[in-house]
Design a protein around this ligand. Structure first.
Ligand code: NDP
Length: 407
């Protein structure tokens, strides 16, 4: 059995992604939480040259972060590395597992659909895919969910899962890699299994948008980050730039002041998009400064570490080389619909098109949450849409089986 080590910090959703991939393959691993342990943090940085978590080792071979692990799992290389002769693929061969409902995505919308379809006794299968909890797994506090305030988002995510599972939703930490909605029952493949389903609810959410500028990829994990709660700890007493002007940029910027000596929010306009309450908190924070009307054109570094950014004022076109230790990017999201391109109808920006009953252009395939909603993008609206999609999925199956359905 290979020895697998996963270095993590507190509140790290990307660490959860890595752990779930290993768990889905029934691989035992040792988790080493380095939060607050500066000696360990420096050791990891020295060992890997990286300033982010998770960092994964298999038999002392450095694998990289969750993206590297995902890529290995996708290509089948992970099984070879883990020398898994007796894994699920071998066990299941080409067997197709038949289900009533498959929910793709384990965020708020997915679990809301899970609650409704499991209470309808449909024993839904929920494929978590990326991070359990979706966008909420990247947030610290949940303040605007009616009836549930002042709690940590992590607690809420655990509650989502527990509630849906209590009624019979089955969670599997598997990524959907292929779908076929042309014939019924619909088909879904993951790395490990093949499924057929009478109805599908797509809740794959959205992922952080990148800036696509020189240096961003090169210094990813070496000073460029998309998760303050995961990686902030690596930047004790350092100066950081946060890019963006929305709620995420301000919330994460405020969080980073726990560690950083200074947080400079670089926004492309002179007006923030963030909510009033968040703006007030940021303006009151002594460690936060703003640079307005400015974009980052390039991220530069030395010896595999970010050292500066090239800033450009978009009104004056003035450029400035700005020394900095890290760049945290929060410039919105793009919907996770790659899997559904040319399968179901999407709008120009890649969001799934649904009608007022959450149905896509394919009868029996529903969508809910950030994967179709580019307007509200709130946990509460995702929950509402997930519940509606769950109800419609239940109705679809009832009609298919000629059963009466109330309403
Ligand atoms: P938003 O879309 O709200 O904001 C994205 C920000 O990034 C905008 O200020 C935008 O500028 C800027 N931006 C976009 N593209 C670029 C680019 N290429 N270069 C530079 N800047 C760019 O996304 P968020 O992730 O902040 O929030 C998403 C949703 O989640 C929102 O509905 C938000 O309210 C919610 N949320 C709520 C939280 C809370 O209540 N605690 C916490 C986090 C998120 P511009 O303004 O000019 O368009």
């Amino acid at each position: 059995m290979p020895r697998v080590k996963v270095y993590t910090t507190d509140f790290c959703s990307y660490c959860d992604v890595a752990k779930r991939i290993l768990e889905s393959k029934k691989i035992e691993y040792e988790e080493i939480n380095i939060h607050g342990d500066s000696e360990m943090r420096d050791h990891i940085e020295e060992l890997t040259g990286r300033r982010d978590v998770p960092q994964i080792f298999i038999d002392d071979q450095h694998i990289g972060d969750d993206d590297n692990l995902t890529e290995l799992a996708r290509s089948g290389e992970l099984d070879k590395l883990l020398k898994e002769e007796d894994n699920d693929v071998a066990k299941n061969g080409n067997t197709i597992e038949e289900r009533n409902v498959i929910i793709i995505g384990g965020g708020t919308a997915g679990y809301a659909a899970g609650v409704y379809t499991s209470r309808a006794m449909l024993e839904p299968l929920l494929l978590v895919g990326d991070a359990l909890g979706g966008q909420l797994s990247l947030t610290l506090d949940l303040e605007n969910y009616p009836g549930y305030f002042g709690h940590q988002a992590g607690e809420f995510v655990n509650g989502l899962k527990e509630q849906a599972e209590r009624f019979g939703t089955e969670t599997r930490f598997e990524y959907a890699t292929e779908v076929d909605f042309n014939s019924h029952p619909f088909s879904v493949k993951t790395y490990d299994n093949q499924y057929s389903a009478k109805t599908i609810v797509i809740c794959t959410g959205a992922s952080p948008r990148t800036l696509d500028i020189p240096g961003e990829k090169e210094y990813g994990g070496r000073g460029v980050s998309y998760c303050a709660t995961c990686d902030g700890f690596f930047f004790q007493d350092q100066r950081l730039i946060v890019v963006g002007g929305g709620d995420a940029a301000l919330e994460e910027g405020i969080f980073l002041t726990k560690y950083a000596s200074e947080v400079i929010i670089v926004h492309r306009r002179d007006q923030l998009r963030a909510s009033q309450i968040m703006q007030e908190r940021a303006f009151k924070n002594d460690k936060i400064k703003f640079i307005w009307d400015t974009v980052v054109d390039e991220i530069q570094g030395e010896e595999q570490k970010v050292t500066g950014t090239l800033l450009r004022n978009i009104k004056t076109d003035e450029k400035e080389m700005f020394p900095i230790d890290g760049v945290f990017i929060f410039v919105g999201h793009i919907p996770n619909t790659e899997l559904f391109k040319r399968v179901i109808d999407l709008n120009d920006q890649g969001y799934i098109l649904v009608d007022e009953k959450q149905q896509t252009n394919i009868e029996g395939v529903f969508a809910a949450g950030d994967v179709h909603d580019h307007v509200f993008r709130q946990a509460i609206t995702a929950a509402g849409a997930g519940a509606a999609a769950g109800i419609m999925a239940e109705k679809f199956v009832a009609e298919l089986e000629n059963r009466a359905y109330p309403g």
